[in-house]
Design a protein around this ligand. Sequence first.
Ligand code: 5CA
Length: 445
Amino acid sequence: MRMSRYFLPVLKETPREAQIVSHRLMLQAGLIKQASAGIYSWLPMGYKILKRIEQIVHEEQAKAGHLAMLMPTIQSADLWRESGRYDAYGDEMLRIKDRGGRDMLFTPTAEELVTDIFRSHVSSYKDLPLTLYQIQWKFRDETRPRFGVMRGREFLMKDGYNFDLTKEDALHAYNRHLVSYLRTYERMGLQAIPMRADSGPIGGDDTHEFLVLAETGESEVFYDSEITDLTFGDRQIDFDDKAACAAVLDEFTSRYARTDETHDEALFAQVPEERRRTARGIEVGQIFYFGTKYSDAMGATVQGPDGKPVAVHMGSHGIGVSRLLGAIIEASHDDKGIIWPEGVTPFHAGIVNLRQGDEATDAACEDLYDSLRAAGLDPLYDDRDERAGAKFGTMDLIGLPWRITVGPRGLKSGVVELTSRRTGESEELSPGDAVAKLIAIYANV
Ligand code: 5CA
């Protein structure tokens, strides 16, 4: 992409409404624009990052054997009356009437609809296990929408639902989700810690939230510092292997880590004092096992091996897809702007032309642009007729992990400069070597 043809409405002023750094940077970098309280338009670069995050979620869900689908955002109230949640959900649910006076709603989550699909089409235990998921917009009429996409009213969520014959199988689905989420967040450059939590309106006893530690997080968290040494890395897990998934769950949840909702002072006191941490965290996902709560209420049964009907065991599992942009920025920025991890960056590298209009410099930039694209990379070429300082400022603000700076002086000795946004370190390389280095970096992402 050429900057001159892109739509990147970078703000010069600091937006006054932003209370936290991620919200400020998302507005300043031209990623989002507020449409109304807690509701945002996603501008081209913000949308690109959102799609990138979705893609990682889809890839990791596919590895776990979960099936992608899409359910509507506007649903009839009838199903929600069956489960009892039409009344129980309260003011967070946006209720709508259609022209025929029928009660509709904008879905805050989708347990009812997916259970209805299940009961309509699945009748035998032989069709289990089954996990269906979607990435779809949700609406919750939050009392205090704030912090930009962190606590929106409209937000994008990955919501997945497992259907299993037995509690044991459903707990395996729970573990499988935990394992796949660990990898999902790590690919986005995040450490998200599973913490025992409270299930709220979704219901059930077993639930973990995934928290990214950040001063601006809305949740207070308590944990054993040993937990931050754990990484999932690139382990290959067989998702059908119950023992292997359970072992990962044990590894990542056996140390004390709880949100304020479930915090237990007496248990926490058993953690050696030097390892006890109190901090704040951003909840980027949550997994639930709630047994037969919805299948009982809505008659979702299958014929078991003995021919008798059995209510299926279920859980639901969510990732805050749009919230993740804010969480990643909270975890990865400096005073100049965003620092995107390679896994989610909107463009792989920026090209800064220091002397726009100079024939040799323009030609070298065009060459680099073409070679990067030919290698399957997606560069953003700042070809505007702007001062070098302004170009660097924009690149730093939007946070591409790598910048190639091209100027007449370097070109005389056959080099360009490759700079890491994270460390600020620069290296002089031939244009060919700069391209080769970027190819190698992104081959491992
Ligand atoms: N049905 C279940 C799991 S599919 C469910 O709704 N879970 S949830 O309520 O925990 O939401 C899943 C994730 O969505 C949360 O972990 C959080 O990351 C994100 N989320 C929830 N509310 C908001 C909001 N108001 N703004 C942005 N993201 C949100």
